[in-house]
Design a protein around this ligand. Structure first.
Ligand SMILES: [Cu+2]
Length: 79
């Protein structure tokens, strides 16, 4: 699977970079595009969204970052 950016500079971008500035509060809105069970997990911060299923379902993940840079993220729910 892949993530697609929605809105702003990441609009339409596949697996857009998660760029975190210094002392940021990060908010990620996950919208389910294919109906299968998905989430988003950022291992460097050990944070993840709820798992959501059904096209158009959404979940918001918010956290205070204790590091800056670009970070990997992935779905824990399968391929
Ligand atoms: Cu998934």
């Amino acid at each position: 699977m892949y993530f697609v950016g929605v809105g702003g500079q990441i609009d339409g971008v596949l697996n857009p970079d998660l760029h975190v500035p210094d002392n940021a509060i990060v908010q990620i809105t996950l919208i389910n595009g294919d109906g299968a069970l998905h989430d988003i997990y950022v291992s460097d911060f050990n944070v993840g969204s709820d798992q959501i299923a059904g096209i158009g379902a959404s979940s918001v993940l918010a956290f205070r970052a204790n590091a800056s840079g670009n970070f990997e993220y992935f779905c824990t729910g399968g391929p």
